[in-house]
Design a protein around this ligand. Structure first.
Ligand code: GUN
Length: 288
């Protein structure tokens, strides 16, 4: 049986370290580090995330500024809010929760965020910094995956890594980070031919495709380290109930893998912890 990678415990430890740094920052700067989170509309999953971000920000000793805008908010109004936050010295990090309503151009909104407050790491300047090895903000979920991998494996140099999924939020930045760690990286996706054969090459597998329990145990090289970014709600065995599962079939994969993240309790708790880490890093940079 595979070792279970406990993301919940790792995230708790990371938040405790962030809280210590946040207290030092407040003592030096005479103000709390601040994170602004903007939610447009009432998407239920986004509301849960935003509430959780606000609570954890405050629990780490930082200031949380929450903006909840109605679904019909014009794009220009959202852009004006982002510009105001860009200039607000109490705000070290800005996060605009995605997805945005369809009348708003997401890329335009992300491009308006000051890259030095872009704690999501989505601005093209930060994407370019990651790709060229310059310091900047990198997206929270893949950075959380990388922290779990390094905690488990130490140096990743020379490992064969397969990233399944090519999104801007997870797959592409994950591949960049693994290249920077000297892995040999393959990015697979929905059009990849013979995906099981590609995954079977990997010492490290990161799966972020949004398809419930797609990666099976017999797709894995024995002993591989498996990071499951998926969060899919599916009907449970009992009538009318649902359960949360990953993109990896945990039952079969945990019989073959060397180590694996569970869902829930693996990658999920890491995202917000890394967001808080990025925010305190931003505050220290702003303070020089
Ligand atoms: N929606 C889902 N994940 C994320 C994230 O990491 N950042 C933002 N801004 N929106 C999201």
């Amino acid at each position: 049986m595979a070792d279970i990678i406990d993301g919940k415990a790792f995230a708790e430890g990371l938040r405790a370290r962030v809280a210590t740094v946040a207290a030092d920052f407040e003592a030096q700067a005479g103000r709390k580090a601040g994170l602004a989170v903007v939610l447009v509309g009432e998407d239920p999953a986004s509301q849960v995330y935003v509430r959780s971000k606000g609570k954890q920000t405050v629990a780490c000793g930082m200031a949380s500024f929450e903006y909840r805008l109605p679904v019909e908010t014009p794009e220009a109004e959202l852009l004006a809010l982002v510009e105001k936050l860009n200039c607000d010295p109490a705000v070290d990090g800005i996060l605009v929760q995605l997805p945005l309503p369809s009348h708003i151009n997401e890329q335009k909104v992300i491009a308006t965020i000051n890259p030095d407050k872009d704690v999501d790491g989505f601005h093209v300047v930060n994407v370019g910094r990651l790709a060229t090895g310059l310091p900047g903000f990198v997206p929270c979920t893949p950075l959380g995956c990388l922290m779990l991998l390094k905690d488990k494996l130490g140096s990743l140099s020379g490992f064969e890594a397969v990233v399944v999924g090519r999104s801007n939020i997870v797959g592409k930045p994950m591949a960049q980070m693994l290249i920077a760690e000297s892995c040999t990286v393959t990015v697979a996706h929905s059009r990849t031919k013979d995906l099981p054969a590609v995954v079977r090459r990997a010492d490290i597998v990161v799966v972020a495709v949004g398809r419930a329990e797609m990666v099976k145990g017999d797709w894995l090289k024995p002993g591989a380290t498996v990071i499951d970014v998926g969060m899919n709600r599916i009907p449970a065995a009992e009538d009318g109930k649902t359960k949360l599962v990953g993109d990896v079939d945990f039952a079969s994969a945990s019989e073959v893998a060397g180590a694996i993240t569970p869902v829930p309790g693996g990658v999920g708790p890491m995202t917000i912890a890394v967001l808080l880490r990025n925010t305190i890093v931003s505050a220290h940079r702003a303070a020089g």
